[in-house]
Design a protein around this ligand. Sequence first.
Ligand SMILES: [Zn+2]
Length: 282
Amino acid sequence: MEPFISNPNHKQPERFELGSWSLLIPELSVGFTGRSGGVGEAPYDGLNLAYHVGDNPAHVLENRRLLAEELGFAPESWTCGEQVHGTNIAVVRAGDAGRGYQSQQDAFQQTDGLITDVPGVLLTSFYADCVPLYFVDPVQRVVGLAHAGWKGTVAGMATAMVSRMEQEFGSRPANIHVAIGPSIGECCYEVDEKVMAQARLALPEEGDTTEPAWCSPSVHEGKTMLNLKELNRIIMIKAGILPTHIECTTWCTSCHPEFFFSYRKQNGVTGRMASWIGMKER
Ligand SMILES: [Zn+2]
């Protein structure tokens, strides 16, 4: 069953929420935005949430404010990283809340992963096909969010997040729950051999399997359909996450332009959805 669900009672700004995780921490809010319900104009219509794509910054700020308030967070608690397709992770302390909210310049630089144990902080990151990875440790009350395109995935972003939660907060992998959010699916994500060679290195012991579970042949010569969600799922299990603690979406952002911005579908000029996770203050 699809874990990211659009609630008909609160449609705007459009969002798909992972409501089942409120069983883990009642104050938890976690999900992924759609493209409608914001103030942006074409080609960023309407709920673009990222500054770096060329949209009017005032529209982006207004969209962020709208979303934070709908979610029950102070807009000034919106916190994000620069996102460079790397594996750097920042631990967000109370004094860091709001970094990146009003401009890209004070976001955590060269950072694709964020972790916090501070209630009231809203962690966010931005997408138009890449894979959002969500983490929660209900025992230590820690949440995390990571942006993983193919580069971050094969560089081991998922494993790095689990390790950092262990180091910083004493999280045990067996207690961590993970979700893999809306992103481009195997149906639409055709890659060349250069990407596939890197992907095989991410799971070296499975490298000689002729047909791994995370890809399938393309109709085009020399190309492969890559399943980044499944690749991340397998990497998470190797990092010690229990298979029963992993939620994986069925949403493909490229198949649904009515709901999502897609970098590939819209030839690179488009808005960005946001993933978010945070614990509301009690
Ligand atoms: Zn698709």
